[in-house]
Design a protein around this ligand. Structure first.
Ligand SMILES: [Zn+2]
Length: 350
């Protein structure tokens, strides 16, 4: 029983009125931008000086941290802020926090479970600074979406072929982990909560439940953006749902937006987005990868190529928000923002 009676922050009235006027733009990929900086282990740990906001807590993980991109909000906050600022100036209205893997479940790979609250507080604060810096520059409002990833475990499928009843994680494990994350994202100043790259709807349901528990603690409600991913050509999520079934599984949360991200690039995403747009009574949101990864795991689509496909979504009237996932740079976001600017937003179903 989700409680919808809590108030929303007044700033969200601005977001809702903007969404009624035009297609809103999300930012692009943090991972590829970080990779391009070529940071070393010493950069990732700031030479071993890992501490939370205000230096309240010091962390001394015994695992290597190179590749733990979320850690950079503590150790290289200016680098993360500068990337988010570039996306904002390229035309993004909504900036995602760099917290995709900031749960105890995902941070266990790096021995940094104890840092998750600080990672989320700092992740939201860094994105907030980038957003406010862009607003000072051009006067346009910007919003921070606290990013909640799927974790690397699934609650509805067994990873052991010999034991189909086994689960590597339970609903309650996920609910607790997501709750810690969302508490931090709210405390750090997020405007929205974005539950993204959902491959297992049960994980997403745990995140939704946790979000409402966090809202109750905070005494206010943040709009939820819910974004699934399609994992194969049959057009289903990993837990086997069609786009229509996915919508019906999350509709009880009355999301601000529902849609798809990542997946197999924009062209492959189009029919599934059209299906969601035909059933969802919320706004719809699409932020595809820059095509399919090549043999080296990199993305070859140029900004114009990605933008032309996203513009097709807009022309067809199936999107209210667009942006980019893996492989999309500030140039991709600029091209996408320009390409959709002349199209009206999708009409929301009654
Ligand atoms: Zn992606």
């Amino acid at each position: 029983m989700l409680n919808f009676s809590l108030p929303e922050a007044p700033s969200l009235a601005v977001l809702r009125s903007l969404a009624a006027q035009r297609i809103l733009v999300l930012d692009g990929a943090m991972g590829t931008m970080i990779q391009a900086l070529g940071m070393t282990e010493e950069d990732f740990t700031a030479n071993g000086h890992i501490h939370g906001p205000g230096c309240r807590h010091q962390y001394h993980p015994d695992h290597p941290q190179k590749g733990n991109n979320d850690l950079l909000v503590l150790t290289q906050p200016q680098a993360v802020e500068d990337i988010q600022f570039q996306f904002a100036m390229a035309g993004a209205d909504i900036l995602e926090t760099n917290t995709f893997s900031s749960t105890t479940i995902a941070q266990a790979d790096y021995g940094l479970e104890s840092a998750v609250y600080d990672l989320n507080v700092a992740g939201a604060q860094v994105a907030r600074r980038a957003a406010d810096r862009a607003t000072r520059e051009d006067g346009k409002p910007r919003f921070v979406a606290g990013a909640v990833g799927p974790t690397n475990r699934t609650a509805s499928i067994s990873p052991d072929v010999n034991d189909p009843g086994y689960r590597a994680v339970t609903f309650d494990d996920l609910r607790t982990a997501y709750g810690q994350q969302i508490d931090g994202l709210i405390a750090g100043g997020s405007d929205l909560i974005l539950i993204e790259t959902i491959f297992d709807t049960l994980n997403a349901k745990a995140a939704i439940f946790a979000a409402f528990e966090s809202f109750a603690k905070a005494g206010r409600r943040l709009p939820l953006m819910i974004s699934g991913t399609i994992t194969d050509a049959s057009g289903r999520t990993l837990s086997g749902q069609t786009p229509t079934a996915f919508w019906h599984s999350v509709a009880h949360a009355r999301p601000f937006s529902v849609g798809l991200n990542c997946a197999l690039g924009a062209a492959a995403m189009r029919p599934h987005m059209a299906e969601i747009a035909s059933v969802a009574t919320s706004l719809t949101c699409a932020y595809p990868n820059a095509g399919l990864p090549n043999a080296f795991g990199a993305y070859d689509e140029t900004p114009d190529q990605t933008a032309a496909q996203v513009a097709d979504f807009a022309r067809e009237g199936i999107v209210n928000l667009v942006g980019g996932c893996c492989g999309t740079t500030p140039d991709h976001i600029r091209a996408i923002a320009d390409a959709v600017a002349s199209f009206p937003p999708r009409k929301v179903l009654a």
